[in-house]
Design a protein around this ligand. Structure first.
Ligand SMILES: C[S@@+](CC[C@H](N)C(=O)[O-])C[C@H]1O[C@@H](n2cnc3c(N)ncnc32)[C@H](O)[C@@H]1O
Length: 277
């Protein structure tokens, strides 16, 4: 749910409304090459996508890794249904979707060659417990691929006090759910703590100005701004900003994604690791 438009109660910071589903699709598309241009696994690899949501990454992965077998799951059946529709519409084969909770995942131990996790750990109060639990599903020698953001990596122009404050509301509200939206910088130690070996982290910076109009539109205006707008009700209810300050902050953030006037910078973190023995 974003901005309270669906009336559904929130169980995590961004909610499960239609606008959020579209935002996840725009987000995946806007940074697809940046994140996945070097994602490859051997033919017939059994890949488990954890927390696939509405299938934004599932479609991209199934298209890019068409010689692999993809199993994708999420704890919200409605999201899995939307993901299934997208997979069907794209005519993709070799994808199996199901609803399940990662802490009770219905798979045999060591039954996957690859675990893929995207924008999940930032939403979990105990990401280490999740990684430890999921690791059991990976065969010895198997690969882990994790992509997360880091909201503390973000800067922009014009950076008015209201725009900065609105952005920080997002971080504070996510923290109120017991979650860490700045988890990108912690991926290396986190994966090591979960017992993975050969951990490598690659920062992927998104930068937008008027010479990248597509990134301004799809990443800043369609992904970042709606994400901030989605916490409006909580920000105001908690008194983090007044309604007038909030409207100005969001309008100023929108300026950062408008041609000639704005620039925007954000860094994602892509980690790979291996399970030994
Ligand atoms: C920000 S969304 C990311 C979805 C997708 N990976 C993407 O990149 O578009 C986070 C997802 O994690 C799912 N999730 C959270 N906790 C989960 C759990 N314990 N088991 C399975 N899915 C979970 C949520 O339902 C939500 O779809």
């Amino acid at each position: 749910m974003s901005s309270g438009e669906s009336g559904e109660s929130k169980t995590y910071v961004h909610g499960y409304g239609e606008r959020e589903a579209q935002r996840l699709m725009d987000q995946a598309e806007s940074v697809r090459d940046l994140i996945h241009h070097d994602t490859e696994f051997p033919t017939d690899s059994r890949i488990l996508e954890v927390a696939c949501g509405v299938g934004a990454q599932t479609v991209a992965m199934a298209q890019q890794l068409s010689a692999c077998r993809l199993v994708s799951f999420d704890k919200i059946p409605q999201s899995v249904g939307l993901a299934a529709e997208r997979i069907r519409a794209a005519g993709l084969q070799r994808v199996h979707l199901l609803a399940a909770d990662l802490f009770e995942a219905p798979f045999k131990p060591e039954s996957f060659d690859v675990l893929f996790i995207n924008y999940l750990l930032e939403h979990l109060p105990d990401p280490l417990a999740a990684l430890t639990s999921l690791k059991a599903l990976l065969r010895p020698g198997g690969d882990l691929l994790v992509v997360e953001g880091d909201h503390g990596s973000c800067y922009f122009h014009p950076d008015t006090p209201e725009a900065i404050r609105a952005w920080k509301c997002l971080i504070e509200i996510q923290a109120g759910f017991g979650c860490d939206s700045e988890i990108g910088r912690r991926l290396h130690p986190l994966l090591q703590s979960a017992g993975f070996e050969d951990v490598r982290v690659s920062p992927r910076m998104v930068y937008a100005d008027e010479s990248h109009p597509h990134v301004q539109h799809q990443f800043v205006l369609q992904t970042i701004v709606p994400m901030v707008e989605g916490v409006r009700a909580e920000a105001l209810a908690k008194g983090l900003m007044s309604p007038i300050e909030w409207e100005k902050g969001v309008a100023d953030l929108r300026e950062t994604g408008l041609s000639s006037r704005g620039t925007f910078c954000y860094t994602f973190f892509k980690a790979s690791a291996r399970k030994l023995g």
